[in-house]
Design a protein around this ligand. Sequence first.
Ligand code: FES
Length: 210
Amino acid sequence: MVGPLGSPTHIDNFGHVVCVCGGVGIAPMHPIVQALKAAGNKVTIIMGARNESLFLMKEEMTALADNIIFMTDDGSYGRKGLVTEPLKELCEDTKGKPDMVIAIGPPIMMKFCALTTKPYAVKTVVSLNSIMVDGTGMCGGCRVTIGGKTKFVCVDGPEFDGHEVDWNNMLQRMGAFKPQEQEAMHRFGANDGHKCNIDKMADAKAKESK
Ligand code: FES
């Protein structure tokens, strides 16, 4: 194990901070919320998941937040809908408008959080950790474009200004190995005698060599 890697989260007394998190992004958000609270911020958390069973740390996050909003795709817990809906409502609320937003979760979620806050000029920090591979600055897998400049997530980040991220470039790069990833997942799950293409190719080669 190596670490800590990259740059630490910038913590200050910003005022009202809205922390938007989904999936495994909930876990790294927990210590950030703790630090924000210790620095005197008012923290609203918006947590999203496909359904109730996929929420991590519900009780822990509820205990920390001044206000917490749960969103599920299927309406099984909290409100039905996307995390960007309450985020937009808060940005439009003259009394509750955030001074800062931090979003950690699936890249598509972070992209749309940044697009939601941009018209309201609310600073939005996103964590691009999902594009990292080795985390040491050597593989180049985490290269992203921020404000027109090339950055390495594991060295220069993982947190960046969400309004500066070239999301299309990042999402395209993340999808570059999708067929191979699907194949690997298929192999991982192929324990019922069902053979994936790689196994079939290995079988064919073995047959040839007989
Ligand atoms: S993850 Fe490999 S260089 Fe950053």
